[in-house]
Design a protein around this ligand. Structure first.
Ligand SMILES: NC(=O)C1=CN([C@@H]2O[C@H](COP(=O)(O)OP(=O)(O)OC[C@H]3O[C@@H](n4cnc5c(N)ncnc54)[C@H](OP(=O)(O)O)[C@@H]3O)[C@@H](O)[C@H]2O)C=CC1
Ligand SMILES: CC(=O)N[C@@H](CCC(=O)OP(=O)(O)O)C(=O)O
Length: 305
């Protein structure tokens, strides 16, 4: 029997790390761990990294950069790296871990030594925008607005504690109102935009789940585009996708936690009777297809399991 591939999760005791470790239980891989009290010890971590096939980084950005530099300083065997942070998502040496981006992108993830797991909001925005921009339905310089709501687990251990332990967090809040959210560079890059969207994220008093929504006035798109062009483009793009589904129905209500605790993403195109307004929506779990679920999809591709 051939040996199972070995994985080390650097940051395995954090929110994203735990989600990935749980999901790995059902895969034919060997998860190599270090004791929780040694989680900040670079020597212990690097010794482990030198022995595994894949390192999954679930750390803050600066700590991720430090781990990547340490791995790249190894003189012998170097593991593949999947990074969950924002640090390398638009770096030219890294492959963006959104397998559904375009035909053949999963093959790029399979072959890559360095893969960046997408941001949660970015996954929804790019899933909706990339096919439409590529098809010329939305112009690259279209003045987009992206609204989104996340479950509070998106804010990591600190935000979870403020909702569940300290109980001093608001039931709903807009944030990122300096309009420079950390996901904007990857959204611009992988949606193929030349103009930065206005992005308004928010958090609600529910643990897991996410809705990303993008309003469009049809008369501001090119003259010959109608709602059916949008629906057909998205339907066609995701026809064979296992995790991203185009939905034909147009529900008048969507709950933020509808797909919580799943690794699925559902896309809808909502319109009015006149068909002169559209809202594109992506619903998923910020910790599922928005984080650990996407990571598992990438791990399977990177290790061939
Ligand atoms: N789409 C995605 O893939 C998502 C990615 N993320 C990203 O994943 C990363 C982790 O986020 P999240 O799990 O929410 O964060 P958490 O705060 O829940 O967990 C971070 C973990 O990393 C540890 N850690 C922090 N600094 C260091 C360091 N210098 N060396 C070693 N270990 C360290 C922490 O230890 P301690 O307990 O001591 O703090 C903790 O165990 C972030 O970059 C975040 O942006 C998050 C959500 C979605
Ligand atoms: C609710 C909340 O605070 N969300 C985080 C995004 C989640 C996250 O950690 O982003 P990545 O997927 O890029 O790692 C934020 O807005 O910074």
């Amino acid at each position: 029997m051939s040996q199972m591939p070995k994985i080390f999760i650097d940051g395995e005791y954090g929110t994203t790390g735990l989600g990935i470790r749980q999901r790995l239980e059902t895969l034919p891989v060997q998860v190599c761990s270090i004791p929780v009290e040694q989680r900040h010890d670079m020597k212990v971590r690097l010794d482990m990294m030198a022995q595994v096939d894949l390192v999954v980084l679930c750390l803050p950005d600066d700590a991720s950069r430090e781990s990547v530099a340490a791995i790249q300083s190894l003189s012998g065997h170097r593991p593949k790296i999947l990074d969950a942070s924002t640090a390398f998502r638009t770096h030219p040496d890294w492959v963006y871990g959104f397998a559904e981006l375009q035909y053949g992108h999963d093959e790029k993830i399979k072959a890559a030594p360095l893969v960046a797991n997408p941001g949660c909001y970015s996954s929804g925005a790019i899933a909706l925008l990339h096919p439409l921009v590529e098809a010329g339905i939305i112009a690259k310089d279209y003045p987009l607005t992206i609204n989104a709501v996340s479950g509070y687990s998106g804010g990591g251990k600190q935000m979870i504690a403020s909702y569940e332990v300290e109980k001093n967090a608001p039931p709903f809040m807009l944030y990122g109102l300096n309009l420079q959210h950390k996901h904007l560079p990857e959204i611009v890059h992988y949606a193929g935009l030349s103009r930065e969207p206005i992005f308004v994220p928010s958090v609600g008093n529910f643990a897991q789940g996410m809705i990303v929504s993008i309003p469009l006035h049809m008369d501001t798109l090119s003259n010959d585009v109608d709602v059916s062009d949008i629906t057909l483009c998205l339907k066609h793009h995701y026809e064979t996708s296992k995790f991203v589904r185009f939905m034909k129905d147009k529900p008048a209500k969507l709950a933020g936690d509808m797909l919580a605790y799943t690794d699925q993403m559902e896309l809808h195109v909502h319109t009015n009777d006149r068909k002169d307004m559209v809202v594109l929506t992506a619903i998923f779990d910020n910790l599922g297809k928005g984080a650990s679920g996407a990571a598992i999809q990438n791990i399977r591709l990177m290790l061939g399991v």
